[in-house]
Design a protein around this ligand. Structure first.
Ligand code: ADP
Ligand code: MG
Length: 250
């Protein structure tokens, strides 16, 4: 079965997901559903499998076992057109990975032209709109090296948005930034959440998780230990492992 059966099917659905690297079982049976427009923050200690889970959701890693659905399409179906599905999923990493030899606008137009086959004028228009959205219209002709880390990350987000994704995945988008630059990036993510983007965000920013997330998922040792509202998971965690993790963040 490669299509979900109901129109209200979750935007992202992970069923019985396992991922091993050799003998190292990193994900040990993950079940997760994210509805359209929902913002889910994934928290947990280093090495708990957060990045691997995110990478399995767009098949940057191939699951060992289990199923992943995005927008009703099963990514883990061997017959799926994975490139077509991936176009619907934006991903933003800790490292921004902008092309240093291209201007900001060129960084945004290149993937639109290559992957979506947009013509030059359309790609430029979409680039300008998305730079405006992240507050960097005036940097259109700048090179990445002349921008702060926070500005570079906002360009990376705009580049992703220019592809028109249904879902955005963020893997510790502010972890490489100086503290004073974190706020501007979180503000852009907040705006996306308000606009109704479906988002899965691995983060250590507990204030953002509390204020923006509809749900918080705590992972440890390759399993989901707790999944609930921010008030439940951060405010009054039920599990000792969650309490221990949160106490070390303070
Ligand atoms: P987190 O993002 O929560 O810090 P990761 O998903 O990055 O955790 O990593 C979980 C475990 O998987 C770690 O033990 C890590 O060494 C291992 N791992 C991640 N990616 C690979 C890979 N490509 N090859 C081998 N081991 C990996
Ligand atoms: Mg990680």
């Amino acid at each position: 079965m490669s299509r979900a059966e109901t129109p209200e099917a979750p935007e992202i659905q992970v069923r019985g997901l396992h991922k091993a690297f050799g003998d190292n079982e990193v994900l040990k049976g993950i079940d997760l559903e994210i509805r359209r427009g929902e913002v889910v923050c994934v928290i947990g200690p280093s090495g708990s499998g957060k990045s691997t889970l995110l990478r399995c959701v767009n098949l940057l890693e191939e699951p060992t076992k289990g199923q992943v659905f995005v927008g009703g399409t099963e990514l883990t179906d061997p017959d799926v057109d994975i490139d077509a599905v991936r176009r619907r999923i934006g991903m933003v990493f800790q490292q921004f990975n902008l092309f240093p030899h291209l201007t900001v606008t060129e960084n945004l137009t290149l993937p639109q032209r290559r992957v979506l086959r947009r013509d030059k004028a359309t790609a430029a228009k979409v680039a300008a709109e998305n730079l405006e959205r992240v507050g960097l219209a005036e940097k259109a002709d700048a090179y990445p090296s002349s921008l702060s880390g926070g500005q570079q990350q906002r360009v990376a987000i705009a580049r992703s948005l220019a592809m028109g994704p249904e879902v955005m995945l963020f893997d510790e988008p502010t972890s490489a930034l100086d503290p004073e630059l974190v706020g501007d990036v979180l503000a852009v993510m907040r705006m996306l959440a308000t606009e109704g983007m479906t988002m899965m965000v691995v983060t250590h920013e507990m204030t953002f998780a509390r204020e923006v997330a509809d749900r918080v998922v705590f992972m440890d040792g390759g399993v989901i230990v707790e999944d609930g509202t921010p008030e439940q998971v951060i405010g009054s965690p039920r599990h000792e492992r969650t309490r221990h993790f949160l106490s070390r963040l303070l």
